[in-house]
Design a protein around this ligand. Structure first.
Ligand code: C2E
Ligand code: MG
Ligand code: MG
Length: 622
């Protein structure tokens, strides 16, 4: 087969498409690639055309220059940043420029006369042949993006190719002329950018943005308008503790395991995304037209996910659990934001029920959320309107002698009456109001201690004050306590600050320093609700604690539940061996008191001895 001459290529390039080719390429390239490629291709085309024009013109007048012009044109075709080739009607290469030789890693002679099966893997060669045959059959030029793998190469290479039929001599079957530029790096960069924009780099899951797009699609999807979908917001319980205690690397590892666990458990049609730190979101469509049926399915999925997360428990020192909030929706009568907001409210509900739980959004929940919002608004006024009060509950020893009291906060709401601290303290902790409220409690307790210090009958009594971890972690906390002790002249040794286990775990070094500074003033510390959180025995040893308060939940079933009895027994032994006073909370019955006494616990608090009461009735009721 005679290879086409360089003049034939330039002639063909001119006559076949000189007018339209550059415009098409430029338009395509402008759409897909950007300016740098336009410049490159435009330069190439202009150069080719210019040289071929010059060449043609001169050829007629100066045949002596033919050889040097041929070489010049060949040099230009070889040096452009594009693959240029001509294939015969039976698709064997007839001409390739140097870039083609570089691509295949072969010499010119090794390529000419061979078909693409020799250079590309079978799948790629078949695809190339198909496009080439279509061009030759239709007689039309095509612009096509080709993804091919070279023989022996593992990487998919992307080419932007322009292919057109080329009649080499009058009456002959058309050959195929092709010009390709490589887009491999560009496409890889593009897919990486897409990955970074839509996926979470830690877990590889879709991120918030991608999920929001899926959610929008779900809301707009006509077929799904009648069927229900569910949005599940999954949040790990106490994830902060994992980060704080075991370090961020462990935290990351846990998130990866949770992501993997969820991915394995979900049907492939479900969309799973990581929304923020330890929050995952699942979108499940097509749960059925009936709301109850859909709710049951969603509940089953959520339960399944909770169980699978709980299986991670054994791999970590701390148990792993999660809470799930579920919002059911159908059709376009919901906005994306409202679906998410509802699932979030449901999540809060699941969290406040103690975690490792799931909760559905419903209208009652919305009512309770609104109720909470109104309570929060009122709480802002509670201090200045004098609606807060301190009640006191006695603590006694094994001989029935009162050793001190615990100060318990009460809120008398003008419309609602008494509001439990269990209701309003979490709100105050969330919005920061606990700081001024806690300060007020401390001041009242110090004032009371100062008064008692002048009355012989009460001078030895202690007052225990509950300190929220939010309050304790304020930088001014030590200064505030010292200031109050100084101003009120309360004896510091009679003030017991009750802290919870979660505080100790949070920032152990800072917490220890704060405790040590106050301990230096004589202030004492009790660990409240012991047994309900996670305690590390080494912290218990290193912190300046004076008391352990066994949570009332263990005391309630003490006589009937063997596990509770064992926990209480062990706690007493632990406290004794650490040199701490152990106080049993929630003692209501004489039998409980006897059991505790028999097991070495000699301090008690509970309804058996007195309910929390205003100070003026405290010793009357006792
Ligand atoms: P806590 O510190 O564990 O207080 C003991 C709770 O048990 C009190 O509930 C008390 O009324 C209740 N209690 C005492 N004896 C018995 C009993 O024999 N049986 C039963 N069933 N319950 C008993 P209260 O007053 O509702 O306080 C609940 C929680 O609110 C407190 O638990 C404490 O964590 C928090 N709290 C109360 N006052 C304050 C405060 O001034 N600041 C902070 N940060 N938290 C406070
Ligand atoms: Mg307490
Ligand atoms: Mg307690």
């Amino acid at each position: 087969m005679r290879p086409p001459s360089v003049e034939a290529i330039s002639n063909a390039a001119m006559s076949a498409s000189a007018a339209t080719l550059p415009i098409d390429i430029l338009r395509y390239v402008d759409n897909y690639l950007g300016r740098w490629s336009i410049a490159l291709l435009a330069a190439f085309i202009c150069l080719t055309l210019l040289v071929s024009l010059l060449f043609k013109h001169r050829m007629q007048h100066n045949r002596a220059q033919l050889q040097s012009n041929k070489e010049m044109l060949a040099t230009i075709l070889d040096s452009v940043d594009a693959y240029i080739y001509i294939k015969s009607p039976s698709l064997e290469y007839q001409y390739v420029n140097q870039r083609m030789c570089d691509l295949f890693g072969l010499s010119h002679d090794d390529i000419i006369g061979r078909r693409d099966e020799v250079f590309f893997d079978p799948g790629s060669a078949a695809e190339i042949n198909q496009v080439d045959s279509d061009v030759l059959e239709s007689g039309k030029k095509v612009t096509v993006e080709e993804n091919n793998v070279l023989k022996g190469g593992a990487r998919v290479r992307t080419f932007l190719s322009i292919k057109m039929p080329l009649v080499m001599s009058p009456g002959a079957s058309p050959s195929l002329c092709g010009i390709s530029t490589e887009l491999t790096d560009y496409r890889e960069m593009q897919s990486r950018t897409h990955y970074l924009a839509f996926y979470d780099s830690l877990t590889g899951l879709p991120n918030r943005r991608l999920l929001m797009e899926s959610l929008t699609a779900a809301l707009e999807h006509e077929e799904w308008a009648v069927s229900h979908s569910a949005l599940l917001v999954i949040d790990l319980d106490n994830f902060r503790l994992v980060n704080d205690i075991q370090g961020h690397e462990c935290g990351d590892q846990l998130l990866i395991s949770v992501a993997e666990q969820l991915r394995q458990r979900l049907e492939p049609e479900a969309t799973l995304a990581r929304f923020s730190s330890d929050e995952f979101v699942v979108l499940v469509n097509n749960l059925g037209e009936q709301e109850t049926e859909a709710a049951l399915k969603a509940e089953r999925i959520a339960r399944h996910l909770l169980e699978s997360i709980a299986q991670l428990r054994s791999s970590y020192a701390l148990p792993v659990s999660a809470s799930i909030g579920i919002s059911l929706f159908s059709g376009s009568d919901h906005s994306m934001d409202s679906v998410l907001q509802q699932a979030d409210m449901a999540l809060q509900q699941a969290k406040s029920s103690g975690g490792n739980a799931l909760s559905f959004f419903n209208t009652e929940m919305q009512t309770s959320v609104l109720e909470r919002a109104s309570l929060e608004a009122d709480l802002h006024q509670a201090l200045e309107r004098n609606e807060l009060a301190l009640h006191y509950q006695v603590q006694v020893d094994h001989q029935g002698v009162t050793t001190g009291v615990e100060a318990l906060l009460r809120w008398y709401h003008p419309q609602r009456g008494w509001v439990s601290p269990a209701t309003f303290i979490p709100i105050a902790e969330e919005n920061g109001l606990i700081v001024p409220i806690g300060y007020w409690v401390l001041r009242s307790a110090c004032e009371q201690l100062a008064k008692w210090s002048h009355q012989a009958a009460y001078a030895s009594l202690t007052i225990s004050v509950n300190v929220s971890s939010v309050q304790f972690q304020q930088p001014e906390f030590v200064r505030d306590v010292e200031g109050l002790l100084a101003v009120t002249q309360a004896p510091p040794g009679r003030l017991v600050l009750e802290v919870t286990e979660s505080l100790l775990m949070r920032e152990p070094i800072r917490v220890r320093n704060t405790m040590l500074k106050l301990r230096a003033q004589g202030v004492r510390f009790a660990l409240d609700d012991f047994g309900t959180g996670y305690s590390s025995l080494s912290y218990l040893k290193r912190l300046p604690l004076d008391e352990l308060k066994i949570d009332q939940s263990f005391i309630h079933e003490l006589l009937t539940d063997k596990t509770d009895a064992a926990i209480v027994d062990t706690t007493i032994l632990l406290a004794v061996s650490l040199g701490l006073t152990v106080v049993a909370e929630g003692v209501e019955r004489k039998e409980q008191l006897d059991w505790l006494k028999g097991h070495g616990c000699y301090r008690y608090q509970g309804y058996l001895f007195g309910r929390p009461t205003p100070i003026e009735y405290l010793f009357e009721t006792y």
